[in-house]
Design a binder for this molecule. Sequence first.
Ligand code: UFG
Length: 323
Amino acid sequence: MILVCGGAGYIGSHAVKQLLDCNYKVLVIDNLSTGYKENIDSRALFYNVDIRDFKELDNIFKMHKIDAVLHFAANSIVSESVKDPYKYYENNVLGSLNLLKCMKNNNILKIVFSSTAAVYGNPKRVPIEETDETIPTNPYGETKLAIEKILKWFDNAYNIKYISLRYFNVAGADKSANIGEMHNPETHLIPLVIKTALGEREYMYIFGDDYNTFDGTCIRDYIHVTDLVDAHILALEKLLNNSESNIYNLGYGEGFSVKQIIERVSYVTNSNIKVKIEKRRDGDPDILIANPNKAINDLRFKPKYNDLDYIIKSAFNWHKKFI
Ligand code: UFG
């Protein structure tokens, strides 16, 4: 049985569905603080538990035969982490430490961990390789890097094997359009542009058009959530086959600017999007692009949806359901 922590969230719920489709038995825990119960596939077992609650977590570990853990449970809004670092250190670092303590006590020795490109901070070069410098520029990235370091020492001391996956910009939705991205408040670019296209917002605000890029707006590497989750399943299978611990970037190795995203959303949704230029958002690097070769070579990661229009269309099909 696979334990998915944070299985009611955007990425976690896609993982639950895809694991079930691959015939894994899935156990979900989530405190529903940012996730939604309706996101959880009905074929999975669900416990409304907070990973910071050691007793409850330990009970679950004792009640079920868990083979490995996929750990998505975290807060992940960069700006919020700057305003409230305590919340991020407590939920992300302390919560993960608690989960790892349960794993150690119950001899569960395999974990796939959700990390982030935010561990790199302002990269000195793109595309970014896993061995490049990690100097986070916000508490969110710091918490994820701290957990990566904890994982390294827990492997060394307790033989817990981990694969840490550093996500670039995750977007899109499952092809069923039954699950998708829904944050409250929404801060991410693609859902916000779609909401503007659907008339839920009057303007799309571009945070800065004076970056050092070809059109002045930030460039990011957008990866479809289904591909991202496929890579998790490959990582899980690698761990189940007794691989060593490792760290991988997950992106496509290709970047799009904020203006390009708005233009493609406008095209795909056939709508006119009104744009206003705002000042820069704190801590946004000019360009973040992954070098995905390590995942392609080691995990045999084969992206199926490396197509910006498809990413947008799948997200649009999901958002359309709520108007
Ligand atoms: N942006 C706008 N207007 C908006 C929202 C976003 O111009 O209304 C811009 C941002 O300034 C940025 C780009 O769109 O340049 C992408 O922004 P997102 O908020 O969608 O994503 P980020 O790149 O900031 O963050 C993502 C993840 C984080 C992770 C980070 C790693 O959401 O969890 O990548 O760098 F930490």
